[in-house]
Design a protein around this ligand. Structure first.
Ligand SMILES: Nc1ncnc2c1ncn2[C@@H]1O[C@H](COP(=O)(O)OP(=O)(O)OP(=O)(O)O)[C@@H](O)[C@H]1O
Ligand SMILES: [Mg+2]
Length: 253
């Protein structure tokens, strides 16, 4: 369904002597995401997870490599063209829109103004109450609320591929379980391919496949049981500092 092939993203940089060089943020990533699959991408801060999602969405251009959606090469399409083809991206740090309400955002995402359509989506999402509809998606929304709005507007698009960049950031413990279930349901009932960037054990446990990144590369792929030894062996100093020895991936950020 979604196939990334030898994907590279480089930026111009300078070494200590002031000499210019090209720094690879993504270094030859190849991966297949099947229809209806639930994938978790994890790895230490700065390893390139958000960059990967931005390149797949078309926000940042790939330096080399290809992105295929159902066999069609979308590597050079714009963000809007990719969105029309069914790729959706839920930002790690969602934008706030002063003066716009959730109703406005859903209307744009779904192309309808029908109250019953909004209600149906909110019921599907289950994390937003109807009170949310006419709330301004502005600076007053809490960190968790803005992530829920982002999730709702992503799902409202009925995407073929949905990329969620750390959907659990700022989300209360009581909502994370239902959020995992919701994304899983979107995969099984609507055939959405879900790619969730997360460090949260609940997402790692629920995923069909975990993709472990380090320094711009995929270092391991597989179920939690397969990836676990690699998680333990990697010198993820920030994780170790925060969580002590990684014994059972029960690391909470
Ligand atoms: N356009 C750019 N120019 C220069 N550096 C960049 C650019 N985009 C990303 N980077 C760098 O690439 C690295 C990877 O960033 P990225 O945001 O993808 O990490 P991440 O894995 O999502 O981290 P986190 O877990 O903290 O969200 C970082 O060091 C970042 O500063
Ligand atoms: Mg990130």
């Amino acid at each position: 369904m979604l196939w990334i092939e030898d994907l590279t993203f480089s930026v111009p940089d300078k070494d200590e002597t002031g000499r210019s060089f090209s720094r690879k943020i993504l270094d030859g990533l190849t991966c297949n995401f099947r229809k209806g699959g639930f994938y978790a991408i994890t790895g230490p801060n700065g390893c390139g997870k958000t960059t990967l999602s931005r390149v797949v969405m078309g926000i940042s251009p790939a330096t080399s490599g290809r992105i295929l959606l159902d066999g069609e090469d979308v590597t050079n399409l714009t963000v809007t063209e990719r969105a029309r083809k069914g790729i959706a991206y839920s930002f790690q740090h969602p934008a706030r829109f002063k003066g716009l309400t959730l109703r406005d955002l859903l209307s744009i995402a779904m192309g309808t103004d029908k109250e019953e359509d909004f209600v149906r989506v909110l019921a599907r999402v289950g994390v937003c109450s109807l009170d949310f509809l006419d709330k301004e998606v502005g600076p007053r929304l809490s960190g968790g609320e803005i992530k829920k709005v982002e999730l709702a507007t992503t799902i409202a698009r009925n995407p073929r591929v949905a990329i969620y960049d750390e959907p659990d950031t700022g989300i209360d413990l009581w909502t994370i379980g239902p959020m995992v279930e919701l994304i899983r349901r979107e995969c099984t009932e609507y055939g959405t391919t879900a790619i969730v960037i997360s460090h949260n054990e609940k997402f790692l446990e629920a995923a069909d496949e975990i993709i472990l990144m380090k320094e711009g590369r995929i270092v391991e792929k597989g179920t939690l049981a397969t990836v676990l030894p690699f998680l333990k062996s990697l010198d993820f100093c920030s994780w170790k500092d925060l969580c002590g020895e990684i014994a059972d991936v029960r690391c909470h950020r």
